[in-house]
Design a protein around this ligand. Structure first.
Ligand code: IMP
Length: 225
């Protein structure tokens, strides 16, 4: 059939054409955040997978992150994204858990200082709450939970990065709590280190590496039954 429609300089059977056609692999990242889309797209570069985001679906209803845990939010976003688009969907949720604050701000990291606050407001509140905490008790962990929802299953992975909360802000890069999150091995806060290094050692970097493995297995299995 193809031979009749198109001119080919040599004879190619429709069977071999179909056999050699690459399957289209598309996933959704349930976010409006362009930086997250760029990060996961880079990690999926070698796998021929196209990453769409909620920016490609402007009519999609807002997904409210109202879970009590990072897991609950990641699952909720992944399930909603899958339901809206029908595409295999990744979603992630991140929190900063400070030991001296018994895990706070945790799942409430984005609104620690209240609703509609800036990153700087949240950092100020954190440093204030930690004023009397001695240096050796200022440990904290960033935790990212990522979920991958398909028609068949949902898979959940996690990434972590351990560090310490500084007494004052250091560095201009990054976002969120980066200027107050210190990594002893590199003697730098996240905001002081190059973005490539942060992406390599960070909680989200680890979670995304794990989710890429899950996605790769999914497409390998379903594309070649
Ligand atoms: P989200 O789940 O990625 O939207 O992250 C929730 C909140 O955690 C953000 O609003 C930030 O305050 C904080 N956060 C997440 N990831 C990072 C990071 O890599 N560095 C600093 N803060 C972060």
């Amino acid at each position: 059939m193809f031979e009749k429609l198109f001119y080919f300089p040599f004879k190619v059977s429709s069977e071999s054409l179909i056999k050699n056609m690459k399957p289209v692999k598309v996933i959704l990242l349930a976010t409006h955040n362009r930086d997250k889309v760029r990060e996961i797209s880079l990690k999926l570069n070698n796998y021929d997978i196209t990453v769409k985001s909620l920016l490609d679906f402007p009519d999609a209803p807002e997904i409210v992150e109202d879970g009590d845990t990072l897991e609950a939010n990641a699952v909720k976003k992944a399930e909603a994204g899958f339901k809206i688009t029908g595409l295999p969907t990744i979603a992630d949720d991140t929190g900063l858990e400070v030991k001296a604050l018994i895990g706070a701000p945790g799942v409430y990291s984005s609104r620690y200082a209240g609703e509609n606050v800036t990153y700087a407001d949240n950092r100020r509140k954190l440093l204030h709450e930690m004023t009397n905490v001695p240096d050796n008790e200022r440990s904290a962990v960033f935790r990212t939970v990522a979920a991958f929802k398909t028609a068949e299953y949902i898979n959940i992975v996690e990434g972590q990065c351990e560090g310490y909360i500084t007494r004052e802000e250091r560095g201009e890069g990054g976002f969120g709590y980066d200027p107050v999150f210190y990594i002893p091995d590199y003697k730098q806060t996240f905001a002081e280190m190059p973005l490539e290094l942060k992406n390599k050692i960070s909680h989200r970097g680890e979670a995304m590496d794990k989710i890429v493995e899950v996605i790769e297995k999914y497409f390998n299995k379903t594309s070649h039954p």
